[in-house]
Design a protein around this ligand. Structure first.
Ligand code: HEC
Length: 282
């Protein structure tokens, strides 16, 4: 990866990098700038000028490219690509699919987020076992999951978050997520609200996003994102896990209905705002 980046750098400098892949109509940094122009005083969105500048060279754009290769490659015991996977808009349709997730899927009878749907397709279409590293390893820029999730999500860049709430299960999951968001528990007696329902709250130098301000929240929930502090790309499920850890509550299980419910609610809170994909975070 480092080698690839170093090799590509002189070329990028020579031709002038486009800050997004071919299939992305817009530059994520421009989308963020337009969101900021609506709330120019937002302490969360304006906390780091450097962060905004670095978005033009977001390392996750490499992860998106890696994901494109993986998506169309014949893989797994069944030696087929993921092109027949239905993310809610029809088999193989990626355009806007992620911005309309989590959603209910007939074939599984479950409301699924991007990660759980991808796991489902890798297992049922490609035949991967649940303990295969391709399926099991969910974190880090070099995991198949982060590559694939980044590629799929980038097709929703600039699109309004719009998870459907037509099916009773979609509504129930969103409502369960709302209860979880406000439910105080654990030795610190915290809920998500404790840190994410006021403007300008800080933990050390980090300004926290206010979930009640949709412009702040769309950046907050725009994952996959490259986390500069981790030097890795991270997912929504990774963020959920991190915030439960921060509250010192029991660890949440990735892909569980609880984790998906929370993501249903947090996506609903950003409804109508443009997704910034990929994003770059501290
Ligand atoms: C103790 C305070 C605290 C609580 C409680 C908390 N978080 Fe966070 N959250 C943070 C911090 C701090 C960050 C920024 C990431 C970092 O710098 O580590 C963050 C980041 C986030 C982000 C991404 C925004 C970003 O810029 O990285 C989301 C989304 C989020 N939290 C959701 C939640 C949800 C949902 C809950 C409840 C399950 C929750 N948080 C509970 C402190 C908290």
């Amino acid at each position: 990866m480092i080698r690839k980046t170093l090799l590509a750098l002189p070329v990028a400098l020579a031709v002038g990098v486009t800050a997004h892949a071919d299939h992305m109509a817009e530059n994520p940094a421009d989308i963020l700038r337009s969101v900021i122009s609506e709330v120019p005083d937002s302490p969360y969105l304006t906390q780091s000028q450097q962060n905004l500048m670095m978005m033009e060279d977001n390392p996750n754009l490499w992860t998106v490219e890696d994901g494109k290769e993986l998506f169309y490659a014949a893989r797994g015991p069944n030696n087929v690509s993921l092109e027949t996977c239905d993310f809610g808009k029809g088999p193989g349709v990626l355009e806007g699919a992620y911005a309309a997730m989590p959603r209910y899927f007939e074939d599984t009878g479950r409301v699924m987020d991007l990660e759980s749907r991808l796991v489902h397709c890798m297992q049922t279409i490609q035949g991967f076992a649940s303990d295969d590293p391709a399926v099991r390893q969910r974190h880090g820029s070099n995991s198949d999951h982060m590559k694939l999730q980044s590629y799929i999500a980038s097709h929703s860049n600039g699109m309004a978050w719009n998870p459907p709430l037509d099916h009773p299960m979609e509504k129930a999951m969103r409502d369960a997520g709302e209860v979880m968001f406000y439910r105080r528990a654990g030795s610190l007696d915290m809920s998500c609200q404790t840190c994410h329902a006021a403007t300008g709250k800080q933990i050390r130098a980090s300004v926290l996003p206010n979930a009640m301000v949709p412009q702040e929240w769309t950046k907050a929930i725009s994952w996959p994102a490259f986390r500069v502090g981790h030097q890795n790309s991270r997912s929504s499920q990774h963020r959920v896990r991190g915030c439960y850890w921060q509250m010192r509550q029991g660890q949440i299980v990735a892909g569980s209905d609880a984790s998906i419910a929370l993501i249903s609610y947090w996506t609903d809170l950003a409804r109508g705002q443009p997704a910034i994909l990929p994003d770059l975070k501290r």
